[in-house]
Design a protein. Structure first.
Length: 101
């Protein structure tokens, strides 16, 4: 069985944290440890998340925009097999979830 991938999310901080100068955060779970790191810039948060991901492979960094949509994602280490949708098709297959065009 493949190791479970650790996912780190880079997202905007809450309004209260932003008022204190913390505009971005990195959140993830490393085993039983919950990671929550504040950062002043998105670049600092992405750099920190990528460092964590490289140390805890297999891992993925998901970068969110201010409105919440996903801007980009980075994967480190062996990617687990694509999940099957309810019809038994893998991601990317015609008719499957997340199909590419």
């Amino acid at each position: 069985m493949a190791a479970k991938r650790t996912v780190y999310h880079v997202s905007p901080s809450s309004e209260r944290a932003a008022a204190a100068g913390v505009k971005w955060q990195v959140e993830g779970r490393e085993g039983r440890r919950l990671l929550h790191e504040p950062h002043r810039t998105q670049k600092d948060a992405v750099d920190a998340a990528r460092r964590h991901a490289k140390e805890h492979q297999p891992a993925q960094v998901v970068v969110h925009a201010r409105d919440g949509h996903i801007r980009s994602a980075y994967t480190y280490g062996d990617a687990p097999a694509a999940p099957l949708d309810e019809r038994g098709r893998k991601a990317g297959e015609p008719g499957g979830i997340f199909q590419s065009k």
